[in-house]
Write a protein that binds this ligand. Structure first.
Ligand SMILES: Cc1cc2nc3c(=O)[nH]c(=O)nc-3n(C[C@H](O)[C@H](O)[C@H](O)COP(=O)(O)OP(=O)(O)OC[C@H]3O[C@@H](n4cnc5c(N)ncnc54)[C@H](O)[C@@H]3O)c2cc1C
Length: 408
């Protein structure tokens, strides 16, 4: 097990500087344009593929870094560049985590490369769990997967919503109900391969922020996938369902389901994205406060402004430490006895919302315009307290973990 460290090693610093260069030179200059266009920034994703940032190798290297700091460091730098473009680059990684967490070696080897495509023909992937009536309440999921034993195929029917890259993805990872009696314990994850008939994009959402990232409904109408597309395989599913039925009969110890395993692995990473956006806005505000003069002196000469910047930086550093701790725990298999993963996501996302709002305030009228990036960063930051579990749900998870009580 790697010791927890607050210091990046030399190799990690090199990667961080390289990512920062890409974020500063390629992502940030493109941010305003793709925010206005509200389209997937394919040319930027391709640039990222060319230099090796958009690739399974790069992602896996960071994901399996034993210090746990690889993914948070990478997320912070890319999202420092721009949240919408960065989500277009890392959204595939969120789907890949679904396969890494629940898939067999063979499934990982077959599907993850197809999620990324190659430099000349980049592809993206989508993770589809949320539904119109099943957001925070995952147990209300209705999308059904029924096994057709004669053909060894699964048949998927239902409507997914809010899927990042939904409908434009080469590979969709879809969570569906296989045993409705078991609530969220009766869910399983499936690969829907490229060009599978019956899968279609529904509404594409026009959003408040992260507008370069594509978010849409995904309609599944009698989608047939081979038995081999069930993540983890049928035998493992049958064993898991049998255990869940036994426990349900015995009166109910909680069992982790497929979607929850994915969320647990990705929450500190979302915290790191929030840290990136918060740091970006803080830096713009600090520079502005040092150069903008009113009453014959820089506005930072006023404690009212300087103390805000002091609080912003303190909260960003605290958020990063929570994220790094949770990420180190996740990689090293430490149990989250105080829901440290949720804590990190909760604090970092609330910090991003607060810090970006303060940045707008410090820039005054300029902060309220699209001439300066903090307006976009403030809109972007609002997503962090919503996706991958809202702040309220994080508090619920933390409170339940701490108390052992079924708090509602
Ligand atoms: C841009 C974007 C991208 C997304 N990407 C994906 C994706 O790729 N894949 C995917 O599967 N999903 C994705 N999501 C979905 C996201 O995870 C959900 O929006 C989120 O889980 C909240 O669900 P909901 O929107 O249905 O809100 P609801 O669950 O309806 O919640 C509404 C409000 O009620 C509160 N609330 C609900 N229950 C409780 C409770 N028990 N106690 C206290 N408060 C409560 C919530 O905190 C929230 O404030 C994305 C969403 C967005 C906006």
């Amino acid at each position: 097990m790697a010791e927890f460290t607050m210091e990046l090693n030399d190799e990690q610093k090199e990667v961080r500087d390289w990512l920062h260069g890409f974020a500063a030179d390629v992502i940030r200059p493109a941010a305003a344009e793709w925010d206005e266009r509200e389209e997937t920034p394919w040319p930027v994703i391709q640039e990222a593929a060319k230099v090796g940032i958009y690739s399974l190798d790069f992602y896996a290297q960071q994901y399996f870094d034993a210090t746990g700091l690889g993914i948070p460091m990478a997320m912070e730098e890319l999202f420092w560049g721009d949240a919408g473009i960065a989500l277009s680059i890392v959204g595939t990684g969120l789907a890949a985590v679904g396969v890494l967490a629940n898939g067999t070696e063979e499934q990982i080897g077959t599907w993850i490369p197809q999620m990324y495509g190659d430099v000349n023909d980049v592809k993206v992937a989508a993770f589809c769990s949320s539904e119109p009536d099943a957001g925070s309440d995952v147990s209300s999921m209705r999308t059904r997967a029924v096994y057709d034993e004669a053909k060894d195929e699964w048949v998927l029917n239902g409507t997914k919503t809010w899927a990042t890259n939904g409908g434009i993805a080469n590979v969709h990872v879809v969570v569906a109900v296989v045993d409705p009696e078991l609530g969220s314990k009766g869910h399983a994850s499936f690969i829907v391969p490229p060009n599978t008939p019956g899968l279609a994009q529904g509404q594409k959402f026009k959003k408040h922020g992260i507008r370069a990232s594509h978010t849409a409904e995904v309609i599944l109408d009698n989608v047939r996938v081979p038995g081999s597309c069930l993540l983890g395989g049928k035998e493992k599913l049958d064993e898991r369902l049998a255990r869940a039925r036994e426990r349900a009969k015995a009166g109910g110890e909680r069992v982790k389901n497929a979607a929850m395993a994915t969320f647990e692995a990705s929450r500190p990473a979302v915290g790191a994205m929030a840290v990136g956006t918060a740091r970006a806005a803080y830096e713009v505000a600090l520079d502005y406060a040092k150069t903008r003069e009113q009453f014959g002196r820089p506005i930072i000469d006023n404690q009212g402004v300087a103390f805000q910047l002091a609080d912003m930086r303190t909260q960003i550093d605290a958020a990063r430490l929570l994220v790094w701790r949770a990420s180190w725990m996740a990689v090293n298999g430490k149990p989250f006895t105080a829901a440290e993963g949720s804590m990190s996501k909760l604090f970092a996302s609330e910090t991003a919302k607060k810090v970006t709002a303060q940045a707008v305030q410090i820039l005054g009228g300029n902060g309220y315009t699209r001439e300066y990036p903090v307006e976009r960063m403030h809109r972007d930051a609002a997503i962090y307290t919503i996706f991958e579990g809202t702040s309220e749900i994080q508090r619920l998870v933390i409170a339940r973990t701490l108390s052992g009580m079924p708090i509602r």
